[in-house]
Design a protein around this ligand. Sequence first.
Ligand code: G3P
Length: 227
Amino acid sequence: MELMLDTVNLEAITRWVGKVEVSGVTSNPTIIKKEGKVNFFKHMNTIRDMIGNERSLHVQVVADDFQGMIKDAEMIVDRIDDNVYVKVPINEEGIKAIRELKRRHFNVTATAVYTTFQAYLAIEAAVDYIAPYYNRMENFNINPQDVISKASLDIANHNSQTKILAASFKNIAQINAAVENGAHSVTVGSDVLDQAFSFPAISKAVADFKEDWRSCYGIDNIHAIEG
Ligand code: G3P
């Protein structure tokens, strides 16, 4: 499983990149808004410097017509770098833009995927990643596991290089289910990663181990043992 961070918060990126294997950082206008009106390209270039070129950076177009999406994509690549994955929503204009961007060898992440049909169109267009919105699908009574597993099957049937980058998670169970149904990658907010490690039983087990050690040796670690 490739794990990406669905945040542009610099502290959160520093925190998690230093702790878990992070494959990339994903963003969209809503995620950027959470940081306030940052200097957009400066911020994105700072993230690139933080994560290096070996991790992927996904930046979304905002224009909603074909020409505008292409211009947004060109500017994103021009002002950040050409390793960036340009995120484009799969709607009527977006699929046209996606095909044009792939013809021009941009890295493309097709986003706002709620249906299997959108996934099939994006796979056929040979995008690099498709981003199914797990929790948002559940909110609409769409079965995200079904969408992800059918996209996964389509990728296998066509020997496609497209990867499924599942997104929009509110809890760890959703992440597990996405991976178990064929997602190659998941992008996760810092709050959801927090949940992964804040399970009270984990803290209790660690505290019990520490207490047993302390009551036996009178110290808090191994490296203070003398002799
Ligand atoms: O990466 C897409 C994702 O950010 C959407 O998540 O939490 O707005 O449903 P959410």
